[in-house]
Each structure stands twice: as C-alpha cells, then as structure tokens.
Write a protein of this length. Sequence first.
Length: 283
Amino acid sequence: MNKFKLDTIDTGIFGLDGGSMFGVVPKSLWAKAYHPGDASNRIPLASSPLLVRWGNRNLLVDTGNGTNFSEKLASIYNIDLEKSDIKLQLSKLGMKREEITDVILTHLHFDHCGGSTYYEDGKLVPTFPNAKYYIQKEHLEWALQPTEKDRASFIKENYLPLLENNMLELVEGEQELFDGIRVIPVDGHTRAMQMVKIEDTSGIYLYIADLAPTTAHLNIAFGLAFDNFPLTTIEEKKKYFKQAFLEDWTLIFEHDAFVRATKIIATDKGFASGEVVTISSSL
C-alpha cells in the first residue's frame, strides 16, 4: 500500500516567449518538439504544483503563479487570475489553506512561489498560515540579491512576508526532509534550485522543476535562455536523466501543458519521454 497520496494541482496555463524557453534552439525545431506559439510567440505552459498527503501532513511542492499580478502583467503572461488561485484549486480537493502543513519551494521565481502569499483586505499575507516553507539557504541569499540577468524573475512580495513572519525553513544541500521525501539542489537554472524526490512503494518520483520544464527539455540541447549557468544545466541533465532511466523513476513536469509525468527512455539521440504516468490519488 502506498504511503503517499500524490496529486498534481492544475493552477492554469500561462504563456512565456518560446525563444526564451528554448534558448539557442531554432524555432523550427522547438515548435515541432513542443508547440509553435501564439501570435505573440508565447507557448502554453502549465503551472502544476504537487500535493503530497500522508498521515497528518499535507505538503505542497511549489505554489504556482498565484494572484499577485497587475492586469498588465497578467495580460503579458496570459494568466487567468482566478484559475491561478491555488486556494481555489485546493478547495476542489476538499482542502482548506489552513490544512497545509508544509511547502517545499523549488526556487523563488514568480511562477513557482507566487501562490505563497496573497492580498487579503489590501494586506499581503501568507497563503498557508500553518505551514513551514522549505527553501535552500543559498537560493534565498541569491533571490535577495539577484543578478541583472534574472532580477525580473523574482517578485519579493511572493516571499518576503514568509521571511518576515519566520515561516521559512532554510535547507543546506541535499537532505531528506521527511521519510521518503528528499530535496536535491541543482545550480544550472538558478543557484540552489531544489528538485524533490519521493520514494514510495509504487516507485520513485522526481519533481524536476526547471531542470526540464517540459518533456521537450529532455533533449539535452534544449536549454532555457533563463538559465544562469547553461553548461551546468547540461551536466545536471546528463546525471539525473541517466539515473532516472536506470532506476525507472517517474519524472513530474511542472510546466508541460500536455503531459504531467512520464517515464524516461534512452534513444540513439539521447533521452526522451516514455510511458505517460497519471499522478492522482483517486486512482
């Protein structure tokens, strides 16, 4: 019998420029591998936090875009502010925000942590008042003093209230936070982003965050223009994709608008997505 109940939470589709999501790869290639984009060259991206339930704990991995956007920014990123309200989406599973006990934030880019706070009566408050929020210490330091390259990816309203209310648990390096749940930091996308590895009787799952936002990014050459250290990303992909293949892990994709999770296969051209896996506690 499985220890964990896993559910991906659909907090909507948003859009980012396809070129920025595939870096130096020509559009003629990424358009075939994923999606050709809309009239503004935006490709559809999912925002899919993961809910993990066991015993008396309810843990979220990431919180999506959230609702802390002006109308202008919401339009630029094609965000449906009602759909991106994680409180609303959790309520569809019969959960209240007060019931969330833990939140693992892979990193502090707005599309991963935006649902961590929201405005209530004009005041910015933590979305999950009874939760501990886990973040890599090194990444928090980076987010508080970002570079000119990635400054726009950090919206401090999404996480400063957590810091001010002493709700952040700072993690240093790879650690098992709970029995069967481990965080693994990687540095290519941004300093000390943490992936989440879950080991259960049904198998091993890796919530891969922005090491591979979509199945198309299983191609080693398909990197993000957002990556701060692209050569590091390549080496990290090689390491973890190989391990996932050899040990039959299931990869959970946070941003793929068409596939939530798959096994990984090896081909003569490298790694690719294999069998599609449904992540749902109702099965």
